[in-house]
Design a protein around this ligand. Structure first.
Ligand SMILES: O=C(NCCNC(=O)c1cc(-c2ccc(F)cc2)cc(O)c1O)c1cc(O)ncn1
Ligand SMILES: [Mg+2]
Length: 214
């Protein structure tokens, strides 16, 4: 009987972060994962790139694939304009249970809807379930071999409109080569690479921002 890494991250948030203060939750997790134990949050360096894109796009409807402990959901939600919604999807029930508590501690639960289950099952249901027409911004941070099939599925389900933006984490490490080849080679996307590092390390990684052209 021992705690899991997500449970230890939640304990750190509850003991060190100020309740209702999203910024302190983000900083607490970054401190812990940089100095105590590494975890697969997008992190502070790539998080700043993500912040700038969220602030530029000001999405009314945003989707995140891969919640993990809720670090990026809290980061994103703290930047969303009023009556905007982040839908974040997590396959792993252990991760989802922790993320709900981190999101609540940060006080952003009224901007975030966390759904549990496989992305492939949920994507075709999104429009009906949430009364959506399309997503303004999608953050891909789940299993790297799901980036491409899920992107194609979002296209097919009409969840992307001209101007919708995809932001993908880890396109170098662990890497999503088939996804990169697709968005960089397709005439339906305008793609740009933001060079950075794997969270809390000096290993190269980066974020790919791709605008859907319709
Ligand atoms: O989505 C699920 N995992 C997180 C996906 N994210 C990653 O895998 C990920 C990995 C890394 C990473 C990088 C270097 C390294 F040495 C080890 C891991 C970094 C990142 O920034 C990620 O985002 C998942 C799990 C599970 O058990 N069941 C259903 N879904
Ligand atoms: Mg990641």
């Amino acid at each position: 009987y021992g705690s899991t890494r997500p449970e230890r991250i939640l304990a750190e948030v509850k003991s060190k972060a100020t309740r209702g203060d999203a910024r302190s939750v983000v900083d607490t997790i970054d401190q812990y994962c940089r100095h105590q134990e590494w975890a697969m949050n997008v992190g502070d360096e790539k998080g700043t790139i993500l912040d700038s894109i969220v602030c530029e796009v000001k999405p009314r409807a945003m989707l995140e694939l891969g919640t993990y402990c809720g670090y990026s959901a809290v980061r994103i939600a703290s930047l969303l304009p009023p009556n905007s919604r982040l839908i974040t999807m997590e396959f792993n029930p252990v991760f989802a249970a922790i993320a709900r508590q981190v999101i609540a501690w940060a006080g952003v639960e009224d901007k975030v809807v966390l759904i549990e289950g496989p992305s492939g099952d949920w994507i075709p249901k999104m429009k009906k379930e949430f009364g959506l027409t399309s997503f303004d911004l999608v953050f891909l941070d789940h299993w790297k071999d799901c980036y491409l099939p899920d992107t194609k599925l979002m296209e097919e389900c009409g969840l992307l409109r001209t101007g919708s933006i995809l932001v993908a984490d880890n396109v170098i490490c662990p890497g999503a080569p088939d996804y990169l080849e697709y968005v960089r080679g397709s005439p339906r996307y305008e793609s740009k690479y933001f060079r950075s590092h794997l969270e809390y390390t000096r290993v190269e990684d980066g974020i790919e921002k791709s605008v859907f052209l319709g």
